[in-house]
Design a protein around this ligand. Structure first.
Ligand SMILES: [Zn+2]
Length: 279
């Protein structure tokens, strides 16, 4: 999609709402949210009815590109936004193929990144293929047409050195909202970070991406009760050495609809259409 007008600068103030105009709505387009089967890692794809599309993480290999080829609009050969939640290879390495294959309009990279040489190469690739936005601060929102990404973590007090040491805990946590459909993307944070996030306005989610591939420390019964997700998605590889997802997390999610990429492949949610949009 072509985004004709950028209505803002890249200077992000605290709590700022950044609005980037979407293109004209084309009829007969079905908005989707896809949790791609990228093995042991995260990779999600959002496409909207106005043509806007976004990638949140990209797994570690070529499976993300395969997923994009399957679910992008056939006439859309570019990606509008990529968000890298943190600088672990199971979240960014598969994006190398994405940048080599598709023009990417905007990219949000982790503020701390990683000192690994492979991440430095990735960062250079991104910088040469895309506009890199300043890292969003807690409370910032990005609006693309009717899609909104609200950034909830890391907090402003989070230290850069701490993030280099513990990348998981500094994953971006953001809420993707479209009409009444709310999805919480959690990267690889733990319940410790989620408990520190002001989740007062984040309740009754349609979907939660379960933190850290279902690792034991990702959720608590209290968090599940508070967030009250209808559905939970565990992005995880078959027979992974970490034994993700942990049984305790599965038990916490009893009564919810739980989807797993290791046993079900790509998990696809149809997003609601705009009022008046053709069915
Ligand atoms: Zn991970």
């Amino acid at each position: 999609m072509n985004i004709p007008t950028v209505l803002c600068t890249f200077a992000i103030a605290i709590g700022a709402v950044i609005t980037i105009a979407a293109g004209s709505v084309r009829p007969q387009r079905m908005p989707l949210l896809v949790f791609c089967d990228v093995g042991q890692g995260d990779g999600a794809y959002i496409r909207m009815e106005d043509g806007f599309d976004a990638v949140i993480d990209g797994g570690r290999d070529g499976r993300m590109v395969s997923c994009l080829d399957q679910y992008r609009y056939p006439d859309d050969s570019s990606i509008d936004l990529v968000i890298v939640t943190h600088a672990d290879s199971d979240h960014y390495a598969g994006l190398i193929n994405v940048y080599r294959r598709f023009p990417v309009r905007y990219t949000i990279l982790p503020s701390a990144g990683s000192s690994d040489a492979s991440y430095a190469e990735f960062r250079a690739l991104v910088a040469s293929h895309s506009a890199v936005m300043p890292p969003p601060q807690l409370g910032d929102s990005l609006r693309f047409g009717s899609a909104v990404f609200r950034f909830l973590w890391p907090g402003r007090e989070t230290k850069h050195s701490q993030c280099l040491h513990d990348r998981n805990s500094c994953s971006y946590v953001h809420l993707f909202s479209y009409q009444d459909f709310d999805v919480l993307f959690t990267g690889d944070v733990t319940r410790k970070q989620l408990n520190r996030i002001l989740l007062n306005n984040v309740q009754s989610l349609e979907v939660i991406k379960v933190p850290h591939h279902g690792s034991a420390g990702g959720l608590s019964p209290q968090l599940v009760s508070k967030l009250n997700p209808q559905s939970a998605v565990i992005s995880v590889g078959k027979k992974n050495p970490y034994k993700h997802p942990d049984e305790s997390i599965i038990r916490m999610l009893q009564g919810r609809t739980v989807y797993r990429t290791d046993s079900q492949g790509a998990i696809i949610f149809r997003l609601p259409r705009s009022p008046g949009q053709a069915k």
